[in-house]
Ligand binder design. Structure first.
Ligand code: FAD
Length: 411
């Protein structure tokens, strides 16, 4: 049915590459063109702030699929090519080369960009973000030649970087405007634990602290001035204040956008022949009560898998349970479900032993679990939540209660 179709995918990150692979797995036999503005072979981003930053993995180890894969699967991967405009009426994309690429269906998997931080001095040399491999390479070099760093923003990426920097012996200061770390994503108890853990790694963690300016000297960052006038000296500054959707291409084409490209449950945009997946997709999430963008490998790859089925004739709404991980020094945080919905919490394990899980409940139902160095709890929770297994906060907190058996019974 599909031989004469051409599917063009813009963006070769986790979402775009998975979609190309899944289309073949689902039997799509038409042409697939995968565009990447990056000249490097498509790679994984999570290690950039973890093993790659610590020089425990090199660029080669991060490659998503080797060159043979694209050849064998007849995926026309074009590196260093920017999709510059979409002509919806003419159903083609204009490339940076000036060429036009016709599509039957177009998929936007353009990901995100580091959120711009608008304070005086933000454009000084020595102010870094961490989104792509080039950013990570620059930061690795800085780690080796510097003594002091200020990290602005205590989200996952800022904290992962801060953990590496503190471990490497740099005087590390984390400045966060909110009252707690990772505040948009985790429960208060986990925030408190991590603020303490980072202090234990050697960092200074300043909460409720706004940055008034990044200070410079001869065009280079030399530290930051806080809203209350305090000055913190640094050899370089890392800004990790979130991610914005890379939706400019979609906006220019007149697609419905708002903090991302708006899609329905089938990942279809306001144009029935154009789809969006991954970090850029503002989607109705069945595990939430609102539309949302998720920035995770799970979301990118599961949306790609669902869309591959839809594009091969089996309309498949996106329903996957969200999960995520973050490695900060010796602490492996794994999260499943959406903790933002939780009203009551139960603790299993012992924070003092650096191994515990927080179970979040809403109206008596388990909605999210955060596990720190307790991978088994995480895997069990990935079964309990979708099965809506009957678990009370008291049982969750009781270490003698057999969660594994409950998960087994839940199927
Ligand atoms: P991306 O991976 O951003 O890929 C989009 C690609 O599209 C990019 O290569 C971009 O250059 C390209 N592109 C954009 N516009 C165009 C255009 N017009 N033409 C051509 N190409 C274009 N997630 C986790 O689950 N766990 C983690 O521990 C974790 N750690 C992370 C650490 C770091 C440092 C970063 C940056 C992210 C981390 N993430 C983590 C998030 C995860 O990497 C993202 O959610 C995931 O990469 C999203 O995949 P994507 O394909 O939607 O977007």
């Amino acid at each position: 049915m599909s031989e004469d179709r051409t599917i063009v995918i813009v963006g070769a990150g986790h979402a775009g590459v998975q979609l190309a692979a899944s289309l073949r797995e689902e039997g799509f036999e038409g042409a697939i063109t995968l565009l990447s503005d990056d000249p490097r072979p498509p790679y994984q981003r999570p290690p950039l702030s973890k093993a790659f930053m610590k020089r425990e993995a090199d660029a080669e180890a991060l490659i998503l699929r080797g060159p043979a894969f694209y050849e064998q699967k007849r995926i026309d991967l074009r590196l260093g090519v920017v999709a510059e405009a979409i002509d919806r009426a003419g159903r083609h994309v204009t490339l940076s080369s000036g060429a036009r690429l016709a599509y039957s269906q177009l998929v936007l998997a353009t990901g995100g960009l580091a959120r711009p931080f608008k304070v005086p001095g933000a454009d000084l040399a020595g102010v870094h973000v961490l989104r792509d491999m080039g950013d990570a390479e620059a930061l690795r070099d800085r780690l080796e030649t510097s003594k002091r760093v200020v990290v602005i923003g205590a989200g996952f990426i800022g904290l992962e970087f801060a953990a590496v920097a503190a471990k490497a012996g740099l005087a590390t200061t984390v400045v966060e405007v909110a009252p707690r770390v990772m505040g948009r994503a985790v429960s208060p108890v986990v925030s408190d634990f991590y603020a303490g853990a980072h202090r234990g790694f050697g960092a200074t963690v300043l909460l409720g602290a706004g940055v008034a300016a990044i200070d410079g000297e001869a065009g280079r960052a030399r530290g930051v001035t806080l809203g209350d006038g305090r000055v913190i000296a640094a050899d370089f500054v890392v800004v990790g204040v979130g991610v914005v959707a890379r939706d400019a291409l979609a906006r220019a084409a007149g697609l419905d956008c708002s903090n991302g490209v708006r899609v329905d449950a089938l990942m279809t945009t306001s144009d029935p022949d154009i789809f969006a997946i991954g970090d850029v997709a503002l989607h109705p999430n069945v595990w939430s009560e609102r539309e949302m963008r998720l920035e995770s490998v799970q979301n990118a790859t599961d949306q790609a898998r669902a869309l591959a089925r839809t594009l091969t004739g089996r309309p498949t709404p996106y329903t996957a349970l969200p999960w995520f991980w973050s490695d900060q020094d010796d602490l492996k945080l794994q999260m499943v479900g959406l903790m933002e919905r939780a009203e009551t919490f139960a603790m299993r394990g012992d924070p003092a032993a650096r191994a515990f899980s927080v179970f979040g409940f809403r109206q008596g139902r388990l909605v999210g679990v955060e596990s720190i160095n307790r991978p088994a709890d995480h895997m069990i929770a990935r079964k309990l939540i979708p099965a809506d297994a009957p678990l009370s906060p008291e049982q969750a907190a009781d270490m003698t209660f057999d969660l594994k058996a409950l998960a087994k019974g839940a199927g």
